[in-house]
Design a protein around this ligand. Structure first.
Ligand code: NAD
Ligand code: TYD
Length: 351
């Protein structure tokens, strides 16, 4: 194997797409997926590549310093793509501690292990930290987040991600660790845990349950198809400039309520319902505390320097996503019943 790559959080939503891409496109790499398998980690996301010769799974908690050091000792990685995190804003409001442990302490443990292992030979090594546009705070009606925008995180989730970004940059400037960071807008697509807006709405519409819209539904997010994010990660990992930051976004801003209406019309078509049927499920609920109004990313640096651009039209990407959820009912049912959490024991016990 030419390179040994650690991907953390590879059983999660975005991580599973990144793991699949690297395992399939780089047979010369050994891809090690390290994941704690929290409620958000689901090995059933990547059953198609689990038997590949260039893939390994390691169940570890990145908050466990010794486990992280042992993992580096075992594999002697050349590169790290760090996605493992607590990722849901609403959970960070009801229970922020886990966000501090995983997103901050977990990142420090990985940085320290990489530093220790690469100190004598940093050439060709890279610690790639995956982050979010939420670190930049909330926009008004105008403007975009650029790589120069000052950090202004406002939720426990975004504050913990901002802290981890700062630590990654500090390890670069102080210790010379070769790092790169990207900050991406909201992702959507297959395998997203049905607590985030789009899969939650698809599932509720399917089951004719109310679609909870926070506040007036006027908050704006910039949506990117998850595979476009995985392509950007691939490009940045291979061609990004060490020490740099890249913003990734879909140039695709939607008010939540307009997005839900579009989703309703797609679902009416797919489920052979009368037009307008699903919209009746829209239910305005109490707003999220500290709800950021608008996120919008300027990704021109990534587009100009590395030639990346988002591929699918939003309605096409959304339709593809709806089709995936409607034809993968077993995946969804096993999540909703909790059955998916038994998959690891079934597949890996005794190994
Ligand atoms: P996710 O919640 O779907 O998956 C997170 C994964 O990390 C899970 O597999 C979970 O088991 C694992 N994990 C959590 N705590 C861990 C720990 N202590 N040790 C080891 N593994 C642990 O998240 P996602 O949506 O795929 O996001 C992945 C990354 O991308 C995160 O860093 C997130 O901040 C960032 N991001 C997400 C979005 C988005 O829209 N989802 C947008 C921009 C950036
Ligand atoms: P979410 O998918 O949680 O992503 P984030 O908060 O990281 O942007 O939410 C996307 C938007 O949708 C956000 O403005 C909150 C809103 N939202 C709802 O209106 N209802 C819901 O049930 C959820 C989960 C989110």
């Amino acid at each position: 194997m030419k390179k040994k790559i650690l991907i953390t959080g590879g059983a999660g939503f975005i991580g599973s797409h990144v793991v699949r891409r690297f395992v399939k496109n780089y047979p010369e790499y050994l891809v090690v997926n390290a994941d704690k398998l929290t409620y958000a980690g689901n090995l059933e996301n990547i059953t198609d590549i689990e038997s590949s010769v260039n893939y390994r799974f390691e169940k570890i908690d990145i908050v466990n310093k010794q486990a992280v050091l042992d993992l580096f000792e075992k594999y002697n990685f050349d590169g790290v793509i760090h996605l493992a995190a607590e990722s849901h804003v609403d959970r960070s409001i009801t229970g922020p501690d886990e966000f501090v442990f995983t997103n901050i302490i977990g990142t420090v443990n990985l940085l320290n292990a990489a530093r220790l292992h690469w100190k004598d030979n940093p050439e060709g090594k890279l610690f790639y930290h995956i982050s979010t546009d939420e670190v930049y705070g909330s926009l008004g009606k105008e403007g975009f987040f650029t790589e120069e925008t000052s950090y202004d995180p406002r939720s426990p989730y975004s504050a913990s991600k901002a802290s981890s970004d700062h630590l990654v940059r500090a390890w670069h400037h102080t210790f010379g660790l070769p790092v790169v960071i990207s900050n991406c807008s909201n992702n959507y697509g297959p395998n997203q845990f049905p607590e985030k807006l789009i899969p939650l709405a698809i599932n509720n519409i399917k089951n004719s349950k109310p679609i909870p819209v926070y506040g007036k539904g006027e908050n704006i997010r910039d949506w990117l198809f998850v595979e476009d994010h995985a392509i950007a990660i691939d490009m940045i990992f291979h061609r990004g400039k060490v020490g740099d930051t890249y913003n990734i976004g879909g140039n695709n801003e939607w008010k939540n309520i307009d997005l839900i209406r579009l989703l309703c019309s797609i679902m009416d078509k797919k489920l052979n319902r009368e037009p307008g049927t699903s919209e009746e499920l829209i239910t305005y609920v109490k707003d999220r505390p500290g709800h950021d109004m608008r996120y919008a990313i300027d990704s021109s640096k990534l587009q100009n320097e590395l030639g990346w651009s988002p591929i699918p039209e939003f309605s096409a990407g959304l339709e593809k996503t709806v089709d995936w959820y409607l034809s993968n009912t077993r995946w969804l049912e096993r999540i909703l019943s909790g059955e998916y959490e038994k998959y690891y024991d079934m597949m890996y016990s005794g190994r």
